[in-house]
Design a binder for this molecule. Structure first.
Ligand code: ARG
Ligand code: ZN
Length: 875
């Protein structure tokens, strides 16, 4: 029963307005829904009304006020069908009762720390009432919520507040909200609870006054200030960068402790995982602050890209997600260092999306079939989807891109749109044909670009031969050549870029070559000296680049490249090539010494006072174990990778000790903690130094980390030092871990860090530790953040222990998935996706992973979520 893009049909019935009357009750919340329906002129004539449901039971049903005869409709838990409705506008009134306290899936209406909240994307609204729960049915909602005043003094829904007051003669009260903007059901939200709020006024560019509110659990308002600041900056930025203004009188955010994902862009009422709202210097790291800023922006930006223009169907998910990630990345780049943001984003893409593209779960940015849509909120749809939008901008240039966006907003405001609609706006605005470019949405897998350069001294020319290939992926044996914007520079011996003059007389516009063929050559003229080509600058295309550059060339680029991303990447390439070689050497029993070239390059980077400390910190942080595994590609032995990487960290720590110590001392900050990017960069550099120095195992290294831990006055320093101790100093570790726990035991978000850190220790004792922590009173299978911190970190980050040779790590995660599946299938399926690279493992680990997957597959009554992941993983 997979759903296919090619089967799309417009809805047979449309809904113009929805009136909801919700009486909140912990175990029996009653929902009365009044839907004004009419036949869709574009639908099939004479159709029944088929409404979606999920675990619903119908209490009553009327059509235009008259109860329907029992034979006029069929109601099951998953659908309500009105068999032969009059083919005209009509009103259905549907009564359902749900139990929010028993809703452990956290989809639909559920409770978090006693508060009522909802999550409807993708298909949660059907767990509240029967409805055509698909994104191309847009309606205007009016919502009345009623609750015990004691239990839920705050009552919120989408749109603007209309009225509120007591329900006379009772202990209950009510509030009415009206959202004038037609929206699909997945953007519906309501919240009721005992919540504290912070509030500020914002005046939009055109002078509209907006009340910005952030609601949190009582006692936590003091930690919402940074989120409010980020929200204010987001509203302003969207006005300036995209000309988009906010369109309601209020914008509310509610932070809840139990949430399946990061956050949700419900119209005018964003609901957040509190991890992405709450921050204080004592409890949040610099990375937490940066995530909060990015996610607050992301959800806000959905107001235009997602809400005002929504998706026709769930295959178009990237239309809102890829585009909105692109927008939040640009926002963060403008607020912080663009170069460092780009480096962080590409690191994330390579570590999460590239492996997805290379394994059994590979799918196009716009999938063409799915069995469970919740499994497609992936790095491919989000992160690769953002890269595709970025490429569009690179190809069309700043102005072409902006006019395409303007046209998109103008043409499609109020629509449920498609990727084709989106691309057509850019094609029209820029007068270009984007049909080949559209393959980025359709073909899965990471293209490989093999480039070689040939300098002809006598002709003073330089030829670049470029070849693109794309390996088969599940369901796609044949691939067509893609459009690849290759930004580049030719760096001369003096470290300066040479002019890019193509010998056909054209110049390579803005330093970007557009690759469209399987094989292409470009000849540059007037190239006086042998250049070092700096390719795919700024990571202009999400491809695997094989450049054939020598280590010497890379060292040169690491020092001189004018493009900061490639300057960073050159060092990483040297490290990665070494780690691949050193892993093989380790398996063969003769470890390799650290390459002098890398030591020299990093030494130079460290010594260059003109560089942003945040950049230097990125340069010092080596490719991860899974990056190395991906580069090796097959017959992967995680223990050998770990050993090779540890040896390299040690060698760097020893060789660079004086420079690292100097940088550590120089970047100490005085005064109170501030989360700004410059301060965060200095902390990042110090902490990177702390890590390499401790990796040597030297007594000074450990002592320095211990002192850093004890003196820390903020969570960034305290937690980094704790991590350094946990990974490098087994003897100092336990005392530090318990001190940390004692201090923060009542703070669940900090306890999450403590759980995640322990799950990542690359030692054989870790599995036992994780088992023990799963039984610790602080852990709960019911809270997704706890599960992701402990089990998720173990499975997705701890390569050596998850992939233990004895299979115990695989078995443990498989058991955890089965344990969770009955309670929260979405979180269970997410966890199971950690097996995505199992086929690349060496034979012993590969068969243990396969056995664990087969055990999951054999379980009766799996959720569609887990069944889908396990069957695709094994296919
Ligand atoms: N649209 C949300 C965001 O990216 C994600 C919600 C996904 N939720 C889900 N249950 N699949 O901002
Ligand atoms: Zn989103």
């Amino acid at each position: 029963q997979p759903v296919r893009l090619s089967d799309y049909r417009p809805p047979d019935w449309l809904v113009d307005t929805v009136h909801l009357d919700v009486r909140l009750h912990p175990t029996a919340t009653r929902i009365l829904a009044r839907l004004a329906l009419r036949p869709n002129p574009e639908g099939r004539e004479g159709s029944p009304i088929v409404l979606d449901g999920d675990e619903l039971s119908l209490k009553s049903l009327t059509l235009d006020g008259t109860p329907l005869a029992g034979n006029a409709y069929v109601a099951t838990a998953s659908a309500l069908t009105v068999l032969a409705p009059p083919q005209r506008a009509l009103t259905l009134e549907i009564e359902t009762v749900v139990d929010p306290s028993a809703n452990t899936k956290l989809m639909g209406l559920y409770r978090s720390s006693g508060a009522y909240c909802t999550q409807c994307e993708a298909e949660g609204f059907r767990r509240i009432t029967y409805f055509p729960d698909r994104p191309d049915v847009l309606a205007v909602y009016t919502v009345r919520i009623e609750a015990e005043r004691e239990e839920a003094p705050v009552l919120l829904a989408n749109g603007n507040p209309v009225e509120s007051g007591p329900v006379e003669g009772t202990s209950r009260h009510y509030a009415v909200w009206h959202d004038p903007w037609p929206k699909p059901s997945y953007l519906f939200a309501l919240v009721g609870g005992r919540l504290e709020r912070i509030v500020e006024e914002f005046v939009t560019a055109s002078g509209r006054k907006v009340e910005l509110g952030i609601y949190v659990e009582p006692g936590k308002a003091g930690r919402a200030g940074y989120a409010m600041d980020a929200l204010r900056r987001s509203l302003r930025w969207d006005e300036e960068a995209f000309g988009r203004e906010y369109d309601l009188d209020v914008f509310n955010i509610v932070a809840v402790a139990d949430f399946n994902m990061g956050a949700m862009e419900n119209k005018g009422l964003n609901v957040f995982n509190d991890k992405y709202v709450l921050a204080s210097p004592e409890t949040a790291t610099d990375a937490d602050y940066a995530n909060i800023e990015a996610i607050i922006a992301h959800e806000y930006f959905h107001n235009w890209t997602g809400n005002r223009i929504t998706c026709r169907d769930w295959f178009q998910l990237c239309l809102k997600e890829g585009l909105t990630v692109f927008r939040d990345q640009e926002f963060s780049s403008d607020q912080r260092s663009r170069a460092v943001k780009r480096i962080a984003d590409v690191r994330l893409l390579k570590s999460h999306q590239f492996p997805e593209d290379a394994g059994p779960l590979a799918h196009p940015v716009r999938p063409d079939t799915y069995r469970e849509i919740n499994n497609f909120y992936t790095a491919t749809v989000y992160e690769k989807g953002a890269e595709v939008v970025r490429m569009l901008k690179t190809l069309l240039g700043e102005d072409g891109f902006r006019s395409g966006m303007d046209l998109y907003f103008e043409r499609h405001d109020g629509d449920a749109a498609t990727v084709e609609d989106f691309l057509a706006c850019f094609a029209a605005a820029a007068g270009t044909d984007l049909s080949q470019f559209a393959l980025w949405y359709a073909q899965s897998g990471t293209p490989q670009l093999t480039v070689s350069g040939h300098w002809d001294a006598s002709a003073r020319s330089f030829r670049l031969d470029v070849e693109q290939t794309l390996a088969p992926t599940p369901g796609q044996d044949e691939k067509r050549p893609m459009v690849i914007p290759l930004a580049l520079g030719l760096v001369g011996p003096d470290g300066r870029d040479m002019p890019l003059l193509l010998d056909d007389g054209t110049n390579a516009g803005r330093g970007v070559l557009t690759i469209t063929q399987p094989r292409q050559s470009f000849v540059f003229r007037d190239v006086e000296h042998r250049p070092v080509p700096s390719l795919n600058r700024g990571f202009s295309a999400p491809v695997k680049l094989v450049s054939g550059l020598t280590t010497e060339d890379l060292v040169f680029l690491a020092r001189h490249d004018a493009d900061p991303f490639n300057r960073f990447d050159a060092g990483q390439s040297i490290a990665l090539a070494h780690l691949v070689e050193a892993t093989a050497a380790h398996r063969a029993g003769h470890p390799l010494p650290a390459p002098d070239a890398l030591v020299a390059a990093l030494g130079a980077t460290l010594g260059d006072a003109s560089l942003d400390p945040a950049f230097v910190a990125q340069a010092l942080s080596l490719p991860s174990e899974s990056d190395v595994a991906r580069e090796i590609g097959g017959d992967v032995d995680p223990d050998a990778i770990h050993a090779a990487r540890l040896a390299l960290r040690r060698a760097l720590g020893e060789a660079l000790a004086p420079a690292l110590e100097e940088a550590y001392a120089r970047h100490a900050l005085a005064g109170p903690y501030s989360p700004d990017a410059a301060s965060a960069g200095r902390r990042a550099l110090r902490n990177a130094g702390l890590d390499l120095l401790a990796a040597t195992g030297s007594a000074e290294g450990v002592a320095r980390a211990l002192a850093h831990f004890e003196r820390a006055d903020n969570m960034t320093d305290r937690f980094h030092a704790l991590s350094v101790l946990a990974h490098n100093a087994p003897l100092a570790r336990e005392a530090a871990l318990s001190a940390f726990y004692e201090r923060f035991r009542d703070d669940p978000l900090v306890v999450d860090k403590w759980l995640a850190l322990q799950a990542q220790i690359a030692e054989p004792g870790t599995l036992e530790r994780v088992r023990a922590l799963a039984a610790h009173p602080t852990f709960s299978w019911g809270n997704p953040n706890r599960v992701r911190s402990l089990i998720g970190s173990f499975a997705s980050i701890n390569q050596t222990q998850f992939h233990r040779a004895d299979g115990a790590g695989h078995d443990f995660v498989a058991e955890a998935v089965l344990e969770l599946d009955g309670r929260n299938p979405q979180v269970a399926a997410r966890l199971l996706a950690a097996f995505k690279s199992w086929r690349a493992l060496e034979p012993v680990r590969r068969s243990s992973a396969e056995r664990a997957l087969r055990r999951v597959a054999a379980r009766e009554g799996l959720s569609p979520d887990v069944a889908d992941i396990v069957s695709r993983s094994l296919d």
